[in-house]
Every structure is written in structure tokens, then in C-alpha cells.
Ligand binder design. Structure first.
Ligand SMILES: [Zn+2]
Length: 203
């Protein structure tokens, strides 16, 4: 299988593609998915497995993406926290401000990011979703740089080739957290633009 470079996808690191393909092999085995024919985003993609996961209820296939912000700066500080067994939290991905993608949990597994939550009358949003943490202070002023948004869009676009994830199922943590108002992340993030940019036909 030849790796095709997506010329429309101006990811920052040329070294990213071979790394991504190594990740694809690893991920396919990890998640039990036949995904090796789907080109992955041409971003720096690193694996940093977290022990904080369990099985999706009923073996659900994800149909939802929950966007978070970390409310703390520093990609690797956040990754370390999400890998600490004592934190009891995780997400599938963390995306740094320079667009680096770090994967902590396989897509076939339930990461622990949404907490008490509800969507379309269903609790346990974690069982149906993929969690993406964006490194950001979550103060409503800290920007989400273009490189970070581009990586998030590319990552979701890639997942949408594997899973059926409609626009309205790309949601913020604030929307699904219960009780309403418990969470406000990702503050200041343009979700509408992310939905548009992550459509498979886009870019
Ligand atoms: Zn959150």
C-alpha cells in the first residue's frame, strides 16, 4: 500500500507521514479495524498509550466527536496527566498548538473524557464518542492556532472515512456535560468552522 501525500493538506512536518503510517499499523491492530487503506492526516502523529480506558458499552462504533480544551498549557504536561492512572481521565487524542497529534487511546475503546454527560437522551457519551483535547487555556481569549485547527479538521476528516459522524455529532464538551453548565470547554472555539472543514469532501 503506497502512502499518498495529500497536496492540499499543508501539514507542518514532512516526517509526519511515515510516522503516521506506523501509527496506522499499530492503531489497526490496537482497535481491531481494517483501516490501513485510509490515508491518515499528514501531521506529526505520536502514540502515548494511556491506561485510562475500558470497553465501549455494547461494543458501539463511535458516531460522535467531543471537542475539549485542556484548560492548561503544555502539550506533554497534559499528555502526562491523561496517562496518569490516578487521574482516571483520558481522551483519544490531544492536539498541540503547533498541530501535533498525540493519540492515547485506541478508537475501539472508551476513553474517559466526557464524565457525566447526555446526548440525544443517551447518557454515557463516552461509549459513543471520540474525545479530542485541544491544548488551550480555556479562558476565551487564548487562541486556537490555525495549525491546531487544521490538524483537528484533518483528524476528524480521516475518522469520518471510517465512521459515520454527521456534522451535528461534532459537539463541545459544554454541550453534552450534565448538569448543563458543569463544563464550558472549549471556550472561544469555532465549532461551526471545524464541522465544515472536517467534511470528507473538504480540503
Ligand atoms: Zn472537557
Amino acid at each position: 500500500m503506497a502512502a499518498t501525500r495529500n497536496s492540499h493538506n499543508h501539514m507542518p512536518t514532512p516526517r509526519g507521514l511515515p510516522r503516521a503510517w506506523r501509527a496506522a499499523t499499530w492503531l489497526a491492530a490496537f482497535a481491531g479495524l481494517a483501516i490501513s487503506s485510509v490515508p491518515m492526516p499528514e501531521a506529526t502523529w505520536r502514540l502515548a498509550p494511556s491506561p485510562n480506558w475500558d470497553q465501549r458499552a455494547g461494543g458501539m462504533r463511535p458516531d460522535t466527536v467531543v471537542i475539549h480544551s485542556t484548560a492548561a498549557s503544555g502539550l506533554w504536561l497534559n499528555v502526562r496527566y491523561l496517562r496518569n492512572p490516578e487521574s482516571q481521565v483520558s481522551s483519544h487524542f490531544v492536539i498541540g498548538k503547533e498541530g501535533q497529534i498525540v493519540q492515547l487511546v485506541g478508537l475501539g475503546r472508551r476513553a474517559w473524557h466526557a464524565g457525566v454527560s447526555e446526548m440525544d437522551g443517551m447518557r454515557d457519551v463516552n461509549s459513543r464518542s471520540v474525545g479530542i483535547e485541544l491544548v488551550n487555556l480555556n479562558d476565551g481569549r487564548d487562541p486556537y492556532p490555525e495549525a491546531q485547527v487544521r490538524s483537528a479538521a484533518a483528524l476528524i476528516r480521516w475518522m469520518r472515512q471510517i465512521y459515520d459522524i454527521p456534522d451535528e455529532n461534532i459537539v463541545t464538551h459544554a454541550e453534552v456535560a450534565r448538569p448543563p453548565g458543569r463544563k464550558n470547554d472549549p471556550a472561544g472555539f469555532n465549532l461551526r468552522a471545524l464541522r465544515r472543514r472536517s467534511r470528507p469532501a473538504d480540503e
